[in-house]
Each structure stands twice: as C-alpha cells, then as structure tokens.
Design a protein around this ligand. Structure first.
Ligand code: FE2
Ligand code: FE2
Length: 337
C-alpha cells in the first residue's frame, strides 16, 4: 500500500454531533460497520470517516503515479526486448492503479484537480519508498520483489475495506501487484542463477539498499501510529503495521534463500518461540526525514509530476474545448426545433 504516510499525520478533531437525526444516522453507520457491511458512495457517513478515506485513497493514488517514475527511468535501458515489454506493461499497470484510485476518491466528493493540486503543492503525501533512486537494472528487479511484495502484503487486507469503491478497486490492483512481484523476483533469479559475478554483486547491492526502506513501507510501529486504532475500528484498516511487517519479513527470508542473496540485517534470525523472525532496529529517523521531504529524490519526483501536469495543459484545454463544442452541438438542434 502505499498508504503508510497517513499514520504519521495528526489525528483530526472528532466532529461533534449536531442533531438527533444525525445521532441516529451515526448509530446506523456504526452498526453497519460492526456488522461487517460495506459502505457505498451514496450512504451517509461521518465526516471524519470521509476525510480519512479521501486522504488515504488519494495518497495511495499519488503513490501509484509517482511510483512510475523510478521505473520509467529504466524502460529505455532494459537489457532485453522481453524485459522491456514486461516493464512497460508494469508501469502502465501502475498508471491504471492510480486512475482507479482517483476515481474511488472522487466518489467521496473530492475532485481530481483538488487532489492533484494537493500533490503538486506538497501538501499531500505519497509513499516515501519512491523517493529512493533506481541506480542499476538490479534495482528494477528488487523494486518488483520487495516494494511490490510489500505493497501486496499491505493491500490484500484493503480488498475488505469497509468503503466499497476502494475495496473493489483493490481487488484488481492486488492481482496486478502479484504479477509485478513475480516479474521482479524472476528478473533477479535470472541474474543470480545465470549471471556474471558482477551481475550477482549488483543484485546484492540493490537488495542492501532497498531492504530497510521496504520494511519501513508498513509505517511506524503500532504504538506510534496515531490513526491506526480509529481506522481499524472503521474497518478501513484490517491488519496492524507491525503484523504486516512481520509477515513480509518472514516471507522475504525464504525468498532470499531461493535467490541466494543476503538480507542486510545481522540481527535477522528465526525465533522458535514466536515462530517468526526477529529483526534489527529500524532507523525511523530516516523514514521521517524522507516522509518530511528530505529523501534522495523527493524534489526530483515532485518536479517531474509538476512538469507533466504543466506540459499536459494544452491537452486538457483541447479536450474541454472539444467537449464544449459537442455539448453546444447537442443543444443547437433542440433550440432550432
Ligand atoms: Fe500499483
Ligand atoms: Fe506494482
């Protein structure tokens, strides 16, 4: 998911209930949530629930779109035609994910222009993982394996999110993320099994750089995640940050063995009692510095999005001029009659 940033945002003030009617609506809403029912766009919902969803879904959409940048960088340099075709398809999928998610957020009454404005002005966050650079071809495989892998772990529970349009969008997204993870793993396996020593070293170097940022993708520890409890109660979030992180680490350890790479954590070891892996301390100061705008590529990523928006202005103008013309034509015969 690319939604961890919401956990680091301040909790908003709880709205005060104004009328008996509203109280009744609130009770009905709570009962539906407790009953595990889905909430649709036209259903009544508390303002705080709506705002939380707009923030989470739009941040998720921004992350999909910004996430295209580190990978798009390698389309022209993919080592074979097959890898180029796969990477093109993957980057295109991410654009699609962004579009489904912007559409889901729009059902909550926020326009796409408002969401873009929030991204471009730096008010809205996106996943901090995309502020790291992709230095070699092995980074592309590693992003697929670890970053898309972490995304699936985060996103599968959102398929059961209480807000139905978000949950529905996530079903298709998760299927595609699974392909992304496998293609990354496959690209790395090819290099590790049949590659030169230099290629193997390149894979290890990429894993060394991406491992810690990937496990930070699950967001701050549960006891430092102020909005998690409310999101869990609303059924927006189904599984806690720490539980998902542990699940991801346990799966990645086995996959790293198959690849023949070492995960860069000397404290990573199996704990028989917990039936899980123990792992070393995460440097949260790095996470907060990247979320706060000081990662290696924050400025570059935002500048690329703003430039794309400005360069596309003529397309938006032409499309709306065309739409206006068509609408005028549709009205004109009726007026004549
Ligand atoms: Fe995606
Ligand atoms: Fe993906």
């Amino acid at each position: 998911m690319y939604t961890q940033a919401m956990d680091s945002m301040p909790t908003e003030a709880k709205p005060t209930l104004r009328s008996a009617e509203e109280l009744q609506l609130q009770q009905r809403f709570d009962a539906r949530i407790d009953d595990g029912q889905f909430i649709e766009a036209k259903d009544w919902m508390p303002e705080h629930y709506r705002k939380t969803l707009v923030r989470q879904i739009s941040q998720h959409a921004h992350s999909e779109i910004v996430g295209m940048l580190p990978e798009g960088n390698w389309i022209s340099r993919a080592p074979t035609l097959k890898r180029k075709a796969i990477l093109l398809a993957k980057v295109q999928d991410e654009a699609g994910h962004g579009l489904y998610l912007y559409s889901a957020a729009e059902t909550l009454g926020t326009s796409r222009d408002e969401m873009f404005e929030a991204l471009h002005s730096g008010r809205a966050k996106y996943s901090s993982i995309f502020n790291y650079p992709t230095l070699t071809w092995a980074d592309i495989g590693t992003v697929g394996w670890l970053v898309d892998g972490a995304a699936i772990m985060n996103q599968v529970p959102i398929c059961r999110c209480s807000y139905a349009p978000y949950a529905r969008a996530m079903v298709r997204i998760c299927r595609e993320e699974s392909f992304h993870q496998r293609q990354g793993f496959d690209a790395l396996l090819t290099m590790m099994r049949g590659g030169t020593e230099a290629q193997k070293a390149m894979v290890q170097d990429a894993v060394n750089r991406w491992w810690w940022p990937s496990i930070m993708m699950f967001g701050p520890p549960d006891d430092q995640s102020p909005n998690s409890e409310q999101s869990m109660r609303w059924g927006i979030k189904r599984v806690s940050n720490d539980t998902l992180r542990q699940k991801f680490i346990d799966a990645a350890v086995d996959q790293a063995k198959v690849l023949g790479v070492t995960l860069p954590d000397p404290d990573l070891k199996w704990n028989e009692q917990r039936q899980s892996h123990d792992f070393g301390a995460i440097d949260w100061s790095e996470f907060f510095s990247v979320v706060g705008g000081d990662g290696p590529c924050n400025r570059e990523r935002l500048a690329a999005r703003v430039k794309a928006w400005e360069d596309g202005a003529w397309v938006r103008d032409a499309a709306s001029a065309h739409a206006q013309k068509q609408a005028a034509k549709a009205v004109a015969p009726r007026q004549a009659a």
